[in-house]
Ligand binder design. Sequence first.
Ligand SMILES: C[S@@+](CC[C@H](N)C(=O)[O-])C[C@H]1O[C@@H](n2cnc3c(N)ncnc32)[C@H](O)[C@@H]1O
Length: 260
Amino acid sequence: MAESERVERPSQRHSFARTAVVWEKLQPLLVGSPNPPGSPKAVDAPRAQRVLDIGGGTGGFAVRIAELGHQVTVIDPSPDALAAADRRAQESGVAARVVGLQGDLGDLAAGRLDHDLADIDLVLCHEVFGVVEDHRAALSSIAKVLRPGGALSLLVRQRHAAVLSQAMSGHFQQARRLLDDPGADREHRFTAQELRDLLDESGYSLQSLQAVRVFADLVPATIVDLEVGAIAALVELERAVAERPEYLTLATQMHALAVC
Ligand SMILES: C[S@@+](CC[C@H](N)C(=O)[O-])C[C@H]1O[C@@H](n2cnc3c(N)ncnc32)[C@H](O)[C@@H]1O
């Protein structure tokens, strides 16, 4: 499905702007897909990649990756989220390539998931690390399921944007607490250096660290929804700053791509 077809509804447009740079960073890892729906299978087609989406929620990324011909396993503790992911996969005609497993990162670490989870090419862990207590243990359990040279796509909340956002809402004490305590609002928010150190100390080699949602969360929805061409221009602006380190401190999220 073309990107433009995905963003017809206003809520989809904002969501598209928020995830565009993450998706674009992942796409080069997913090219050479074996048999996207409707295409004949090439004789020398590369194999389908094994992708694991931890905390994959309602399957937004998982289904898009399955549409490219890859095999995706979604792990999530929420049965409702898994049911929604399954519905989404059915509607997109890729249910055979998306497997949902109820569980969490702790189950992965303890080997409690009754499924073949080895030699994974790409692990997605998006917007989950903030609620995980032991980040090093989580990275270690992910490393165990990745094949050598496999990649981790890690999307986390960035601390300084949260301080700014709280202050702009008039919550000055909460902003002050967040400044020095990364877990002041129950969800851990990372600094860029903290994330770099964590990945490095856990044996991962950082390939890229990009700023995500630098502007998308600040722009009023009415502008994005009503002005012709606004969404494309916003995404272009997000792209333009994503790799500029000075924008990392303004970004709601940071996206790390790392191999181990
Ligand atoms: C904010 S949603 C993100 C969903 C999806 N990754 C995305 O980017 O759209 C967080 C998801 O993580 C799941 N989750 C919460 N704690 C988890 C844990 N310890 N291990 C794995 N998933 C968890 C939740 O059920 C939820 O579906």
